[in-house]
Each structure stands twice: as structure tokens, then as C-alpha cells.
Write a protein that binds this ligand. Sequence first.
Ligand code: 3Y8
Ligand code: NAP
Length: 250
Amino acid sequence: MRVLLLGGTSEASQMAKALSQAAVNSVFSYAGRTNAPVPQPLPTRVGGFGGVAGLAAYLRREAITHVIDATHPFAAGMSRNAYAACTQTATPLIRLERPAWQAQSGDDWTFVPTLEDTVAALPDEPARVFLAIGKQHIGLFATKPQHHYLLRLVDVPVGDLPLPYTAVVIARGPFDVAQDLALLQDHEITHIVAKNAGGRGAEAKLTAARQLGLPVILADRPALPGQNIAADIGAVMAWLGHDQVALRGV
Ligand code: 3Y8
Ligand code: NAP
């Protein structure tokens, strides 16, 4: 057995620990999006594979027998490529996916189909918006320059930002409620824009918004191929035939 773990999320880091504990022959993969990703307890490769063909060639060259897609629900490109390359090479694939966030009674949440639709969901009169979507899609909001945008980024941005009124916070989650409460209050935030990423690593801002009664605009996650989906590490370990480790809990 030789496992390729497509990582980049909290769940992937937990998955890496379980594979390492079970001494499963594995390699961890980062896209190389951030300058200094968190180290993993597995041999790690960083960077794209070169599309579907590149990934298929990698699977063959490295004699990968199983692929775990533990990337993010919005990492649609990687997930779609993994599905295509694993189909082409008949490599078993499982996606480790956390459930979407659900609104609770009293929440002022607006769900929109895509990240692009979150822009239209913002008001026209100037607001103070916590844009908790990272760096790659900030440009979408250039059509509503009237707002003050609070950006939380993993790395210091290089070059100009595409928005005139911004405040930038550099932080790599996971985040906690006290931190996010203070952030929302210090920046007098009136609206939050986020992806429905699910998971605990990014949930604090929603809990903080709930406590402050702030409106949240959430983009639904893109549709992904593949039906073999696990909701937790134990299910993936069982799929690999390593149930005994799963019972120990990780
Ligand atoms: C490079 C690896 C771990 C993984 C931690 C999770 C939790 C903290 C919350 C907010 C939302 C956002 C963003 C976010 C979170 C975890 C997880 C998660 C959201 C790192 C990481 C990599 C990335 C890539 C980065 C994206 C960006 C998205 C910031 C490491 C820290 C907004 C997603 O600068 C960039 O280009 C950043 C790009 C993709 C989304 C975007 O479009 O900008 N994640 N995030 C991975 C790689 O190279 O393969 O640097 O250590 C991982 C984590 N980020 O091991 O504990 O599991 O979700 N990541 C979102 O949810 O909307 C922040 O600020 O509230
Ligand atoms: P994406 O748009 O789905 O993928 C774009 C390309 O990046 C892929 O085609 C692939 O390049 C490369 N890539 C993505 N993930 C990779 C991985 N784990 N290992 C090797 N190559 C990878 O990806 P993204 O949304 O930018 O996400 C990039 C990374 O950040 C992923 O690890 C993801 O788990 C993590 N992340 C993303 C988000 C988010 O909001 N999107 C949130 C938290 C963490 P090639 O085509 O060249 O192979």
C-alpha cells in the first residue's frame, strides 16, 4: 500500500497523524499556496502535479495504490483532477469531507450559490465587511469599492490590493471565538462574507457573528465528482483496512 494524501486542511493534518501512527506508507501533498505551510509527520511534496495528466503520471511513477482527497470543499480544481486521474489509472480514491455549516435559530445568514454571488448580496450603502475568503478571490469585490473591507490573509500580500478601503490581518487559523469576537468588534464589522467551508478551523467567526447578531453571507460549495466520501478519519482508516488504528481515536 502507498497512499497519496492531498492535504491543506485541518482534517488533512489529522489524517496525516493517523497514517503516520499506523506506519502507512504515505506521502502528503501541498499545493504550495502559502509561504511556510505547517510541517506534516509524513514525507511531503509541495506544488501542482501539472493537471490531470501530471497527476496520473505521478500516481504511476510513485506506485500510489490509494488517494485520499482531504483538500478543502472549495478546492474544486484539485478534487476534480484527482477524480479524473484516479479514474484514468484505476486508483482507489476517497474524499474526506466535513459537513457544511448549518444556521441556528436566530442566525442572520444568507446562502448564495457561488462566491461570485456574495458580491451582489452586499448592500449598496457603504458597510464594513469582513471578507473571510482568503486572497485568491478578493478581486470579485472591486465592483463594490464603497465598502471598507477587513481581509484576513495567510501571508503578507505582495503588490497592491484591488480594493481602495482595506484593513489586513495576517493570520493562519484555526481561529478561536474570543479572537474573532475581538476582531469583529475592533474593526466595527457590519457584514461577514465567507465560504461554507465547514469544519472547526474557520467556524469561530460564525459563532462570533451569532453573538454580535451580525449578518453572514455564505457561498455554497461547488459540486464535486465522486461518490466515495468519508466524514471522518476513522472511516478513511477503515477504507484502508486499518480499523485497529481508528478504534484508538486520533
Ligand atoms: C496552503 C496550509 C491545518 C490546516 C489549517 C481548515 C482550517 C485554518 C480556515 C478565515 C478563513 C480560507 C483560507 C482558511 C482556513 C484552515 C487550514 C484553513 C480560510 C492553510 C494552508 C494553505 C492554505 C491555503 C489557503 C487559500 C485560502 C484558504 C485562507 C498552511 C493555512 C480563507 C479558506 O494566500 C493564499 O493564496 C491562500 C489561499 C487557498 C483561500 C483563498 O482562496 O485565498 N486556504 N490555508 C495549502 C497548500 O499549499 O496546499 O499554510 O499551513 C490551511 C488552512 N486554512 O493543517 O491546520 O481546515 O479549513 N484558509 C476558507 O475557508 O474560506 C480562512 O480567515 O476565517
Ligand atoms: P484548487 O483551485 O482546487 O486547485 C488548483 C491547482 O492547485 C490544482 O489543479 C493543482 O495544480 C494545485 N493543487 C491544489 N491543491 C493541491 C494539493 N493539495 N497538492 C498539490 N497540488 C495542489 O486549489 P485551491 O482552492 O487553491 O487550494 C489550494 C490548497 O489550499 C489545497 O491544498 C487546499 O486544500 C488548501 N485550502 C484551500 C482552501 C480554499 O478555500 N480553496 C481553504 C483551505 C485550504 P495542478 O493542476 O498543477 O496539479
